[in-house]
Design a protein around this ligand. Sequence first.
Ligand SMILES: *Cc1c(COP(=O)(O)O)cnc(C)c1O
Length: 339
Amino acid sequence: MTIDLRSDTVTKPTKGMLDAMMSANVGDDVYKEDPSVNALEAKVAKLFGKEQALFFPTGTMANQAAIKLHTQPGDQVICDKYAHIYNYEGGGASFNSGVSCKLLDGNRGMFTAEQVVEAINPPDFYHSPLTTLVALENTTNKGGGACWDFNEIKKIRKVCNDNNLGLHLDGARLWNALVAKNESALDYGKQFDTISVCLSKGLGCPVGSVLVGDTKFMEKAIRIRKIFGGGMRQVGFLAAAGIYALDNQFERLAEDHIKAKQLGNLLAKQNYIKKVEPVETNIVIFELNTTYSETTFTEKMNQQHIRLSNMGQGKLRIVTHHDYTDAMHSKFCQVLVGL
Ligand SMILES: *Cc1c(COP(=O)(O)O)cnc(C)c1O
């Protein structure tokens, strides 16, 4: 039994999901004739109260398309120094959209409305890049699954309105925040111009992300997706997995959060641990003291067929997910205590 806690992307489709995929009604989505894709897009748009949604193969492509929708080459995007769009999308913001990022020194991947105000370049000061977009991430990946305070988001929306800036949410794990904080997708839809969500993380789909927004922002999205090489044909087989996941595997994210909290609490009590970051959703980031190096620790885990991520700078990461069973959880807890 391998216990793979590197990411919530390692899950495999459940029997129910595979059945839904196998029986999907499909067509050529490049002609917009795939009923399952159309149904998924309508479902997600409705969930967020937005006019349009578009299915993407990956969250990276959805975010990159969003950046392109909101900016012109030479513009500047305000985001946190931990942002996925800056750190983990291969430099796509500059490659695809020709924009630079103004990095904010936030707390666990989250920043304040005041920080945004300070980071905006005055539009008439033509020596500096023109600020056109603010991008948030919820939950924060590198920030350890932290959830934003919704009031701060509202304040940032106001700053964006006052300064004519677009507001994008990288909501790869927004589902986790909604469950953890009992928030509504509709409220998020009201604050953001565009939101990307992943189906392939906690929801357990093999592939897929969706970008939602109002027509004003989304009308060019399908062209950009085409340019990025993301027009797919009978992709309803994958969209069907997304519909199934939203209907059947959404509420259960709470179980991942419980297990992650238990692991966080357990780790905090071990003498080889220096620090555990607060656990809010399904990600646990921790640091070791001098008892073990990260490499030794990871090797010890590997010997027990337990896999986790080394994030560098002394940080290790665990992510709980659908395929991390109760049996795996008790074994992992025993291993951590017995080390
Ligand atoms: C996973 C993730 C994405 C998208 O990743 P893909 O692997 O391209 O689907 C985007 N943002 C965050 C915060 C993520 O965790």
